[in-house]
Design a protein around this ligand. Sequence first.
Ligand code: IFM
Length: 451
Amino acid sequence: MHESAKKLDFPKDFLWGVSTSAYQIEGALHEDGRGPSIWDSFCSEPGRIANGDTAETACDHYHRYPDDVALMATLGVDAYRFSIAWSRIQPNGRGAANPKGLDFYSRLIDALLAKGISPTPTLFHWDLPQALQDAGGWFNRDTADRFAEFARIVAERLGDRVSRWITHNETFEHTVLGHAIGTHAPGQQLGLDIFSVVHHLLLSHGKAVQALRAILPAGAQIGIAQSMARARPASSRIKDRLAAHLLEALHLRMHTDPLLFGRYPLALRLLGIDRSALRAGDLATIAQPLNFLGINFYNPQYVRSAPKGGAVPIEATEPPMHLERTEMGWPVDANGFSELLLYLRKRYRAKLPPIFITENGAAFPDAVDAQGRIDDPRRIAYLQAHLHALRQAMDAGVDVRGYFVWSLLDNFEWAEGYRPRFGLVHVDYSTQQRTPKASFDWYRQVIAANR
Ligand code: IFM
């Protein structure tokens, strides 16, 4: 037994899991009636994705899911978080369901249940049907109703076997990368003019929760997965502290206050954000009671005030030199994890539902040795440090019920293509061979030791 695996001391009923998303692993983009999504269009535009990579085959999970479920069974996870590709279910994002799309997820769920692994689907992990984008995408209020319809269709078919549901993945990243700066699909560059995207995403969440509750059995658990981090100012100067405050308002509070408090943060007014998409009654729809809040954590943000004249008075700054960086260039700073969890407890108090860590992990340049093994001590150290930080926050009273590693497999890392490898399992993309890394074995021991 790996020494570090033994010492974590989590509650016996703590839920251990792994995460993936449809577009990043499935491949089979033209099979069984799947319609095009915004990511298909984005990948087809030259220069958008590093190395010209596409998700055409990705990890071929669409065909190899039985092997991947077998890997999860070896790992010993309690739960698997995956996402459902909307355009497999409704190729044009509206209207009748495509039975073959539903059948795929039904087969996957049955395979998971046969191994005692609890399916945890996310309904939207960024792959909007292209037909809805053509109608205005998340700028169009109607997309929120379309999402609720999609949620209803999925719950009607799969709700008898799925007890834990996630509406959205990271509304902040989808808004900012996809609509403010354009490095992700749909590639729009609208700066701060994105309130209606955020608002319609959150409104669609509320409407989907209502649709799910109307269909699912009473005990169903429903939540959302939001990326979160505290912002650290570059100095103690007021300007930099204000920049950190504004970044947290745009990132964390704008995407969570409406869910838990039923209001947007006041700081949006300071930034002059146009909130005209907000209609009477919307905030009550958004603030549906949740069974859990999913948190995706990778690293804290480092910011300072930007020179005058830019769109926002906030600028990213370099993290302290002594911090290790991952393959993504992200700093490794596990203290930021416990700090975030304690902040959430202080800010939301009784409004804060139980938490699942729905993503945490790191990309490193893994090397395959002559024996075909992948020793990834840096990933093990990252995961171990973050589990320690999580344990500390739980000891201090934060109610965390489970933890999902991002990711089960190396996969298509969006605009970065296949270079960054986040998996516990190495994927050789030319043969599709899966090889568990040393971190896979380490996580298997953590799970076994903490049961
Ligand atoms: O790969 C992504 C995932 O799709 C969403 N959260 C962050 C991960 C790593 O960048």
